[in-house]
Design a protein around this ligand. Structure first.
Ligand SMILES: NC(=O)c1ccc[n+]([C@@H]2O[C@H](COP(=O)([O-])OP(=O)(O)OC[C@H]3O[C@@H](n4cnc5c(N)ncnc54)[C@H](OP(=O)(O)O)[C@@H]3O)[C@@H](O)[C@H]2O)c1
Length: 157
């Protein structure tokens, strides 16, 4: 089955493309550096030709409140409309556990908006709520440094 992975060159996307290929699927990595841009629509019609499923594991290059909201709203709108035109049968998106409860965060407001657009579209969908990837650990430690010590909040990690 042809499966287009939007963000297929990223942290989770590159692992996903490999796993799908191991399972015998025709997995296509779609990202700006492979000529597909969901913000502008560049390359979308071509890459979606003959695709049964689209998995969206793209991420915004900027996490500023306005930029990240614009990224997820514009790219999801474009993607869903090109998918409908191409007859894609299923849209899968990766989101984060607890997204609906975290509206005070600009990043999560953008993920909530992404999920709303997907739920309102005509395309059958699955939204996967994953916990933070293990690879985030170093970044979390880096932003929690006070002097030469890592100060973590008193919550489960
Ligand atoms: N990180 C976590 O702990 C975590 C946990 C749960 C869910 N998630 C979700 O998982 C998704 C992927 O996260 P990640 O950490 O794997 O992201 P990442 O490593 O930053 O990869 C982002 C991907 O998106 C692509 N991209 C950026 N702008 C694009 C555009 N305009 N059009 C098409 N593709 C574009 C990038 O392509 P280029 O390299 O060419 O720019 C790259 O392939 C996100 O939606 C995030 O919310 C993440």
């Amino acid at each position: 089955m042809k499966i287009v992975v939007i963000g297929g060159t990223g942290l989770i996307g590159s692992k996903l493309v490999n796993k799908l290929r191991e399972h015998g699927h025709e997995a296509v990595a779609a990202a700006p550096n492979t000529g597909v841009n969901t913000l502008t629509g560049e390359g979308l019609a071509e890459v979606l030709k003959g695709a049964s499923v689209v998995v969206d594991v793209s991420n915004s290059p900027s996490w500023d409140d306005a930029a990240v909201l614009n990224f997820f709203v514009t790219s999801t709108r474009n993607l869903l409309s090109y998918e409908a035109a191409a007859g894609v049968g299923h849209h899968v998106a990766l989101s984060v556990v607890g997204t609906q409860l975290l509206a005070e965060s600009g990043y999560f407001r953008a993920k909530i908006a992404q999920e709303k657009l997907i739920k309102e579209s005509s395309i059958p969908y699955s939204i996967v709520h994953a916990t933070q990837f293990f690879e985030f650990l170093k970044g979390l430690a880096d932003i929690s440094m006070v002097g030469d010590k890592v100060h973590l909040p008193p919550v489960l990690f």
